[in-house]
Design a protein around this ligand. Structure first.
Ligand code: NAP
Length: 254
């Protein structure tokens, strides 16, 4: 029996990339997974198909995080589906993975209020309110996992918006950890480094070689490198870890 048998997980942004890898891994461990997407329905369906083809269980939910009412829209889809499938609306695992990664190369002086607001809305505000909403459906043993980025540990001025929004997300982890510990629920940050999410940039050998050099292991991360860490944090084995920043970047920029 898988370590997550009987558990229910919601993985935001699991239509593609790292989120898809996390959804597939949690499902492989036995969880029923709500696969969330924003615009790319075909990719979301493909994640569900991959999970089911491997013998797992999943269904699709859609919401554009950052938009007004996104969280209530998401739960309006999630809860009836959970009631039908499990008989309750209990959620055990929330992975806040979806992100706006506007890697614009914009220097701090050129950051527009719109750019700033978009990053904060999707990467900070949405996970904060989604976490609060999810907590109302969680019981002891619940897990919140926030996917940040190794970029919060280095200075890269051209990515200031993204790094600020992820740094704030790490504070959600830290500040909520004590608040929810009495309920037996943990919250942690997992921070990937450069990870092959299927973007065409990973088809360019020169760029990949350059990015590989940032890791102590001289390669870029694979989705499974991150998903395996998330699966551990989601499991009962990680019951004694909360409020932590867990580096899953292959020793990036050590
Ligand atoms: P990705 O391949 O670009 O996929 C992004 C996912 O988020 C998609 O499922 C997308 O849905 C969803 N999404 C984007 N904006 C959304 C919004 N406003 N509302 C709802 N869903 C939205 O991402 P990734 O590279 O795998 O990154 C996953 C996580 O890891 C992110 O938190 C990212 O910051 C972090 N990270 C990634 C890397 C890396 O090198 N890949 C490095 C460090 C940290 P649709 O398919 O519907 O568009």
């Amino acid at each position: 029996m898988g370590k997550l048998q009987g558990k229910v997980a919601l993985v935001t942004g699991s239509s593609r990339g790292i989120g898809r890898g996390i959804a597939c891994r949690l499902a492989r461990d036995g969880a029923l997974v709500a696969v969330h997407y924003s615009t790319n329905e075909g990719a979301g369906k493909e994640t569900v198909r991959l999970i089911e083809a491997a013998g797992g269980h999943a269904f699709l939910v859609r919401a554009e995080l950052g938009a007004p009412e996104a969280i209530s829209e998401l739960f309006a889809q999630l809860e009836p589906e959970l009631l039908t499938r499990t008989g309750t609306v209990r959620l055990d695992i929330l992975v806040n993975n979806a992100a706006h990664a506007g890697f614009t190369g914009t220097m701090p002086e050129d950051v527009t209020p719109e750019m700033f607001d978009r990053h904060i809305a999707v990467n900070t505000k949405a996970p904060f309110y989604l976490t609060l909403r999810a907590l109302s459906s969680m019981t002891s043993g619940g897990r919140i996992i926030n996917i940040s980025s190794g970029m919060t540990r280095t200075s890269l001025p051209s990515q200031i918006c993204y790094a600020m929004s992820k740094g704030a997300m790490e504070q959600i982890t830290l500040q909520l950890a004590l608040h929810i510990a009495p309920r037996g629920i943990t919250i942690n940050t997992v921070a990937p480094g450069v990870t092959n999410n299927g973007d065409p940039v990973f088809d360019d050998p020169d760029t990949v070689a350059e990015m590989s050099a940032w890791s102590a292991f001289n390669r870029v991360g694979e989705v499974s490198d991150v998903a395996d860490v998330v699966a551990f944090v989601a499991s009962e084995d990680a019951r004694w870890i909360t409020g932590s920043y867990i580096d899953a970047s292959g020793g990036t920029l050590l």
